[in-house]
Design a protein around this ligand. Structure first.
Ligand code: AMP
Length: 423
């Protein structure tokens, strides 16, 4: 039987998320999460999903490192008859956060590719090391199996220089690879394509503003299927207000905190990445809790909600100008898919831009892609659930599914190296 399964791995610094998919019908066979790796309180939750599924199984107690985490996941999968030693497993697809400018497409991982991902650690110090650990661990487990890297930055490599460049000294920027890369690209790619499908049109024909609003949040402007602008930059700190990240601030805030408040660079890093955004404004980062507090008359929660929505609206306006013509604005991820008040407030007052939300459609809950704009609106407003794991599995299988082991046709495919130099 031809290999038809793909394991998707998303390795964080102290966690590993995994899903096993059957690519014949793109169904999920199992999913799981290992968290607090290296601590006494590690936890693995494994959910069998094949054949109607079964109750999740849980393991607690110290899981020493990523290798032990993947071993434990492999044991759980084997207990469901889905062992990673099975010839039915075609490949492992890894989410890799930063691919710089070099990686514009999913890429079969070779030693050279891994070295390149390591070279990008200085621009993604929080993310790429964990991704590399995940890759090495999976390689050790199944050395002969194709492993594919799917990069969060890849979808944004089509951004024109005018959007990707910061207006700082060019030599300094180039020496330190400082530019806007963008993140959540797998989600922006999937959701913009799904939105075209929802509109019954080809992706090449439509211009879409994608609002990925999860705990991390980013916007993108997608023209005819290609990203032309996105809100995250050198790191995932820039842009929208997020759960714990500030998004845009005047860069001088950092010098000010250093000079006037005596904070260290690390203190400021923690402040802007972990203690800002919704948490910084009101103490909560869960939009459900914030809405509950707003409804109870809490002023701090109202302020947080208003700052969040104001920033969103600003980006919708800016991206309308960048695109010239907008066919759809689409909401996705935890907040975007579930928080009707955020969608309503972000689109309120944008009738001049052809955008409106129908209250009845907006209130309806569903896991399906759907329109929430009234028929008369010139611009479609939509909710499209994201599915980064499915996109990673699709991209992985497309690359290796039919070409066999590493080195086969289509393997090792990376985008062209840009003329201005390897990034
Ligand atoms: P994600 O990072 O995409 O998993 O999104 C996580 C965030 O989605 C949470 O922090 C919540 O703020 C938000 N969220 C999840 N479910 C809901 C809901 N039913 N209503 C409002 N916000 C939600």
């Amino acid at each position: 039987m031809e290999a038809h399964r793909v394991l998707v791995l998303n390795s964080g610094s102290s966690s590993v998320k995994y899903q096993l998919l059957d690519m014949r019908d793109r169904s999920r066979l199992a999913s799981g999460l290992v968290e607090r790796i290296g601590e006494e309180t590690s936890r693995l939750v494994h959910t069998p999903l094949a054949g109607g599924g079964a109750e999740p199984r849980e393991r607690t107690g110290r899981i020493a490192d990523h290798a032990a985490a993947l071993e434990a996941a492999a044991e759980e999968l084997a207990a469901d008859g889905l062992g990673l030693d099975s010839p039915e497993l075609a490949a492992i697809g890894h989410r890799v956060v930063h691919g710089g400018l070099r990686f514009t497409a999913p890429t079969v991982i070779t030693d050279e590719v891994l070295t390149e991902i390591e070279r990008l650690v200085p621009v993604a110090p929080l993310h790429n090391p964990a991704n590399i650990t995940g890759i090495r661990t999976a390689q050790a487990l199944r050395p002969e199996l194709p492993q594919v890297a799917v990069f969060d930055t890849a979808f944004h490599t089509t951004m024109p220089e005018a959007a990707a460049r910061y207006a700082i000294d060019v030599e300094t920027a180039d020496a330190h690879r400082i530019r806007r890369y963008g993140f959540h690209g797998t989600s922006h790619a999937y959701v913009s394509r799904k939105t075209a499908e929802l509109l019954g049109r080809a992706p090449e024909e439509v211009n879409v503003i994608v609002l990925h609003l999860g705990n991390g949040a980013s916007a993108s402007a997608v023209a005819g299927g290609r990203c032309v602008e996105t809100s995250m930059g050198l790191t995932p700190l820039e842009g929208l207000v997020m759960g714990t990240r500030s998004g845009d601030v005047d860069p001088a805030v950092t010098f000010h905190l250093k000079r006037v408040a005596g904070m260290s660079t690390d203190d400021i890093d923690v402040l802007l990445n972990k203690k800002s955004g919704l948490v910084g404004l009101c103490g909560d980062n869960d939009m459900r809790e914030i809405r509950r507090r707003v409804d109870a008359g809490d002023e701090r929660a109202s302020l947080a909600f208003d700052v969040y929505v104001h920033r969103l609206k600003k980006y919708i306006g800016a991206y309308t100008a960048v695109l010239g013509r907008v066919d759809a604005v689409v909401f996705t991820a935890g907040v975007g898919e579930n928080a009707a008040p955020v969608r309503e407030a972000a689109i309120a007052g944008l009738e001049e831009l052809g955008m409106a939300v129908d209250a009845g459609l907006n209130a309806r809950r569903s896991g399906e892609p759907r329109l929430i704009s009234p028929d008369y609106a010139r611009v479609a407003v939509a909710v499209v659930p994201t599915d980064e794991e499915l996109e990673i599995a699709d991209q992985t299988f497309a690359l290796v599914g039919r070409s066999g082991p590493v080195g086969g046709p289509g393997a090792g495919q990376a985008g062209p190296v840009p003329a201005q130099g390897d990034n």
